[in-house]
Design a protein around this ligand. Structure first.
Ligand code: 2AM
Ligand code: CA
Length: 253
């Protein structure tokens, strides 16, 4: 299954990379005034869904653009065809394709591919996490002041009244630095491979985080909500290493 998943995500990534510089204004439609989608998001999801249907016709599928199809299989594929659509549209490299496979509600495989960065992350239930075929692990940082973290503002795009700005103001001065890449899936994978020491965000959806959160856990990291529990994405998500998690959680009390 992981081999099929890796081939599929790489094929989808090649299409994204080829299409990115050809996007036209007429390819963009608005879900809300800040939340947009391109023709390519939809095409990529159709491409992925079609391939899964051919190989695993009985499996259920949940995709960002087409919603849920099927409720009868033990397996479900969770697809974000382009995570970081705003970056994609604005000709930036920080976007990815994210696919997770769950069996009876538990993630068993996950892959995130950032084609412009040529970074392919994946993990399987009984093995660790990998970047371009090499094992990856979360960082060893144990002090916030030595840490570089990422966050995001899906909450602002959703016009949520309770948003991330107060957490941002509180946490950033305690860190070495902060990044905002614009793809939750990449942020999570960068925690998994130690390029980032931590990440938090709120107002995300399952398809943004299903694969990335699994990859963090398989890389030895911790994924929890703002209370330190595992109820996300509704309540917000934190991903970091076991040395920093308590120090980061202090800021969400
Ligand atoms: P997307 O690019 O697939 O929309 C960036 O902060 C992260 O938030 C991305 O993973 C992005 O996914 C997601 N996101 C952007 N706008 C959002 C919204 N209005 N509601 C929920 N998630 C959003
Ligand atoms: Ca997304």
């Amino acid at each position: 299954m992981i081999t099929f998943l890796i081939n599929l995500i790489q094929q989808a990534g090649a299409i994204c990379k080829a299409e990115q510089s050809n996007i036209l204004p007429s390819d963009v439609t608005f879900k809300t005034r800040k939340d947009l989608v391109t023709r390519i998001d939809k095409n990529i999801e159709d491409f992925i869904v079609e391939k899964i249907r051919l190989k695993y016709p009985s499996h259920d599928i949940l995709g960002e653009e087409t919603g849920r199809s099927g409720f009868s299989s033990d397996y479900i594929w969770i697809i974000d065809p382009i995570d970081g659509t705003t970056s994609f549209l604005h000709q930036q490299p920080f976007y990815s394709i994210s696919i997770a496979i769950q069996y009876r509600g538990q993630t068993i495989c996950g892959a995130v591919y950032a084609p412009r960065l040529d970074e392919l992350f994946y993990a399987e239930k009984h093995s660790g996490a990998f970047l371009n075929g090499r094992p990856v692990y979360v960082s060893n940082a144990d002090k916030l002041i030595n840490s570089v973290m990422a966050t995001g503002f899906a909450c602002l795009r959703a016009d949520a009244e309770f948003n991330n700005l107060s957490y941002f103001n509180k946490i950033v001065p305690q860190l070495r630095d902060i990044r905002r890449f614009g793809s939750a899936a990449i942020d999570l994978c960068y925690v998994a491979c130690g390029k980032l020491d931590g990440y938090w965000e709120m107002n995300l959806n399952t398809y943004d985080i299903a694969a990335g959160a699994f990859i963090v856990e398989k890389a030895g990291g911790i994924v929890c909500d703002f209370n330190g529990d595992v109820h996300f994405p509704g309540k917000g998500i934190i991903a970091t290493n076991s040395r920093l998690v308590k120090k980061l959680l202090e800021n969400f009390k």
